[in-house]
Design a protein around this ligand. Structure first.
Ligand code: ZN
Length: 133
């Protein structure tokens, strides 16, 4: 079944996506609790924010955010120009939000949907980020 554009638009804006929930679950398992989600007072309403530590974790879907991987390179056959513009817009926003967070003294870790498959590497990445400055 084809997915309507309005359905896709809804998905773009959806929060609490499966990858986000998976990362939040893993953080809790690792003892990193006390994070806040989608804080409106922070640039880009980061998916996960540890306010005291000023650490934000962004969980990006590979397709929507144009990751440098197979899924990120995929483009729907129809309306290719529309999708490319949409994804480039998302990428530009992601960069702007990360820069704004950085300017406010925040550390930012971006996790990609495809990275969630390798649990050991993911845990190592989170551990390094959370114990870093
Ligand atoms: Zn990816």
């Amino acid at each position: 079944m084809a997915v309507s554009r309005s359905e896709n638009m809804r998905r773009i804006r959806s929060k609490n996506t499966a990858p986000e929930l998976a990362v939040r679950k893993l953080l809790r398992e690792l003892g990193h609790t006390g994070y806040r989600i989608h804080r409106k007072d922070l640039p880009g309403k980061p998916d996960i924010a540890f306010l005291g530590k000023r650490k934000a974790i962004l969980v990006h879907g590979c397709f929507w955010h144009g990751h440098n991987c197979e899924e990120g390179a995929r483009r729907p056959k129809s309306n290719e120009g529309y999708w490319s513009a949409k994804i480039v817009g998302n990428q530009l926003r992601d960069v702007a939000h990360a820069e704004s967070l950085d300017a406010l003294g925040w550390s930012v870790l971006t996790l990609w949907e495809c990275e969630l498959r390798d649990r050991a590497t993911l845990i190592a990445k989170i551990a390094a980020f959370m114990s870093g400055p």
